[in-house]
Write a protein that binds this ligand. Structure first.
Ligand SMILES: C[S@@+](CC[C@H](N)C(=O)[O-])C[C@H]1O[C@@H](n2cnc3c(N)ncnc32)[C@H](O)[C@@H]1O
Ligand SMILES: Nc1nc2[nH]cc(C(=O)O)c2c(=O)[nH]1
Ligand code: SF4
Ligand SMILES: [Mg+2]
Length: 239
């Protein structure tokens, strides 16, 4: 019997709305628990206790069964996010099971914890947190992690809210110039249900971020992205 994984959401198929495989058709598995408390976290329910009664302890086999129950045959890509899935040693068993079923696996983590299974991920996104998050980056852990996954398909993605975040993003890019680098628009209104207001605000921020990067000779090899799912579905959960 495999060990159990704390799961908060399984949904899809949908598009990957962020980062290195934006637009990719994928299922999502969202784990509970995070070692960070980002001020603007759009998935705070994974760690703030508000959804603690919704956490289901599932074996990798049960997760795979539910993915198939929801997605049928209409997927071959699964994204694991959280919370921080890298807190969980047994994600490795889930990754192995998905690979055995010819499913590619993406994973989102902030780069604060190492797990040996990180080298097995097909699309690995590391998202270190800028000053606006009020979290501190442990550069020793981050550097070690990036060194150990350097032969995998890996990217760095920094969410940017303001100029200080942009300075931080540049520092990250300069430290690890060989890792594909993305900056992403930050959503500072993660509870509103007014989609039109949210979308026009986020598009204005996207234009601001594009302008900043275009005018900066230290960011010639940078990809600038919105959170595509937010532009389509606003703050809706499970999409
Ligand atoms: C909810 S996190 C879960 C994975 C992991 N804890 C992390 O932060 O990378 C998934 C992605 O959403 C991003 N994110 C979280 N809140 C956001 C917000 N308010 N605006 C834009 N991106 C956000 C994170 O930076 C991360 O890249
Ligand atoms: N469509 C969609 N794309 C995403 N990319 C990263 C997400 C996340 O919350 O980790 C996410 C999400 O929740 N939905
Ligand atoms: S690291 Fe990710 S899940 Fe954790 S608080 Fe920050 S954005 Fe949220
Ligand atoms: Mg999200």
């Amino acid at each position: 019997m495999s060990s159990l994984i704390p799961v908060l959401e399984i949904f899809g198929p949908t598009i990957q709305g962020e980062g290195m495989v934006i637009g990719q058709k994928t299922m999502f598995v969202r784990t509970a628990g995070c070692d960070y408390r980002c001020s603007w976290c759009d998935s705070a329910f994974t760690w703030d206790g508000s959804a603690k009664d919704d956490i289901v302890m599932m074996s990798p086999e049960e997760i795979y069964e539910q993915l198939v129950e929801i997605g049928g045959k209409a997927f071959n890509h699964v994204t694991i996010s959280g919370g921080n899935p890298a807190l969980l040693k047994n994600i490795g068993e889930l990754v192995q099971l998905l690979h055995e079923n010819d499913i590619k696996v993406a994973l989102e983590t902030q780069g604060s914890k190492w797990q040996d299974w990180l080298t097995e991920i097909d699309d690995l996104t590391i998202s270190p947190k800028p000053p606006s998050s009020e979290m501190d980056t442990n550069f020793s852990i981050l550097g070690d992690l990036l060194e150990r996954v350097k032969n995998s398909s890996v990217s760095l993605k920094v969410v940017v809210f303001d100029e200080d975040d942009l300075t931080y993003a540049k520092k990250i890019h300069k430290l690890y110039p060989d890792v594909a680098f993305y900056v992403q628009v930050g959503n500072d209104d993660t509870t509103t249900e007014d989609d039109q207001m949210l979308i026009s605000k986020l598009l204005a921020k996207y234009e601001w971020l594009i302008d900043q990067v275009m005018n900066d000779d230290e960011m010639n090899n940078v990809r600038v992205l919105p959170q595509l799912h937010t532009l389509v579905w606003g703050n809706k959960r499970g999409v």
